[in-house]
Design a binder for this molecule. Structure first.
Ligand SMILES: *Cc1c(COP(=O)(O)O)cnc(C)c1O
Length: 372
């Protein structure tokens, strides 16, 4: 039998990577978004396992905060959510893609993305709110211009639906000055006038384009999870995710020593290198690798930026800690990837992506801790 001393020693030595998710911050973020409109209801988009953070925990926290309407992408995601939230309204963005009874049995609502889907669902309509997606400029999902015109000319196509609503999705909401936003707004507002239906339009950034964009229901996703919906301006959202990873080895290397795969980074003088168990299999993209001698991405130690050097490998990354001021980091000390020193958006910018992709990639291998 192993003694307790053994466990204590191992624990002191091997600080694990820690992905922590603050549910109070998520609830506060939902309330803040909800306060942006005096009248509109606020839903929550929890597709892709709540942007990778855990749909069950996050949706429960949102329900407790007062959210009653949830959007996911797939029927399977909706079915999982139904087991967590028996009373919630659940809508499937990808639409009516399998047998209507698959949705009806779980009281799940497909978004209706075409006239065919409207016709099929009308035969089964359970009488609950359902959304008709009007494509106003993304050319991705929803009724295209021709189908929309048909619908406007023949509003009877909706007579089989007791509670039809309209929805549409902005292509460039985070670019506040993009004229496409105005064009999409004009289009959905026109269809709304013609059909006289309540409407759901704004995603996270859309909410901050102003009251014209709010209509009757807001549909935020990424801002709930702490990303900045107003790029270029201070982030109004609270930080939700923090991720720290321990140093598992430190070595001093001589001038000229290459580091990592293909030796793309070389010590130009004596260097001290720290190795951390964070790799592309953890969702830390290989594009965070240094551009030869030039670091793109940093982790943080006591507020100091620690540059990633060499290539990110599957399970590991190497960092140059030579210049880090006292107290020097030791094996077992945790470096911050996400947290007070580095936001989602900053990390995303360092490797040419967006906070959404950071969120949905990170944490595949970490234990997650939920903080209330
Ligand atoms: C993902 C998604 C959202 C949420 O967008 P955010 O930018 O994350 O707020 C809203 N509507 C649709 C149709 C989506 O696909």
């Amino acid at each position: 039998m192993l003694s307790w001393g053994f466990f204590v020693a191992i624990q002191m030595f091997m600080t694990a990577s820690s992905l922590s998710i603050n549910l109070t911050a998520i609830a506060n973020n939902w309330r803040l978004l909800n306060q942006q409109s005096a009248t509109a209801e606020t839903a929550a988009v929890v597709k892709a396992n709540a942007y990778g953070l855990g749909a069950a925990q996050i949706s429960s926290a949102l329900w407790q905060a007062g959210c009653r309407c949830f959007f996911v992408a797939h029927l399977e995601e909706a079915a999982e959510l139904r087991s967590v939230l028996p009373e919630a309204e659940i809508h499937v963005l990808n639409g009516l893609t399998s047998d209507p009874t698959d949705y009806l049995g779980l009281e799940i609502q497909p978004i209706l993305n075409s006239l065919d889907q409207i016709a099929l669902w009308s035969k089964h309509d359970p009488g609950t709110r359902c959304f008709i997606h009007i494509d106003t400029g993304m050319a991705r999902l929803g009724l295209d211009a021709e189908e929309t015109e048909d619908l406007v000319d023949n509003p009877d196509l909706l007579k089989g639906l007791k509670q039809p609503w309209l929805m549409s999705h902005l292509a460039s909401a985070e670019e506040a000055d993009n004229l496409e936003n105005d064009l999409q707004l004009e289009q959905i507002a026109q269809v709304k006038r013609q059909l006289g239906l309540p409407t759901c339009f704004a995603n996270s950034s859309g909410i901050f384009l102003g009251p014209d964009y709010h209509f009757e229901l807001l549909r935020p996703g990424v801002a709930l999870y702490g990303a900045n919906p107003t790029p270029g301006k201070p982030n109004p959202m609270q930080t939700v995710v923090s991720l720290t990873c321990p140093i598992i080895q430190i070595r001093d290397i001589p001038k000229g020593q290459p580091v990592g795969y293909n030796g793309t980074w070389r010590a130009d003088t004596v260097k001290r290198i720290a190795t951390v168990p964070l790799g592309y299999a953890d969702g830390f993209a290989r594009t965070h690798s240094s551009d030869n001698q030039q670091a793109r991405t940093h982790l943080y130690w006591q507020g100091q930026a620690v540059p990633v050097v060499g290539r990110v490998s599957m399970d590991l990354v190497t960092l140059d800690i030579t210049e880090i001021k006292a107290p020097a980091p030791q094996v077992g000390d945790a470096l911050e990837l996400l947290g007070p020193n580095q936001s989602l958006d900053q990390l995303a910018a360092s490797c040419g992506t967006i906070g959404y992709e950071i969120l949905t990639s990170l944490g595949r291998r970490y234990a997650r801790t939920y903080i209330d």
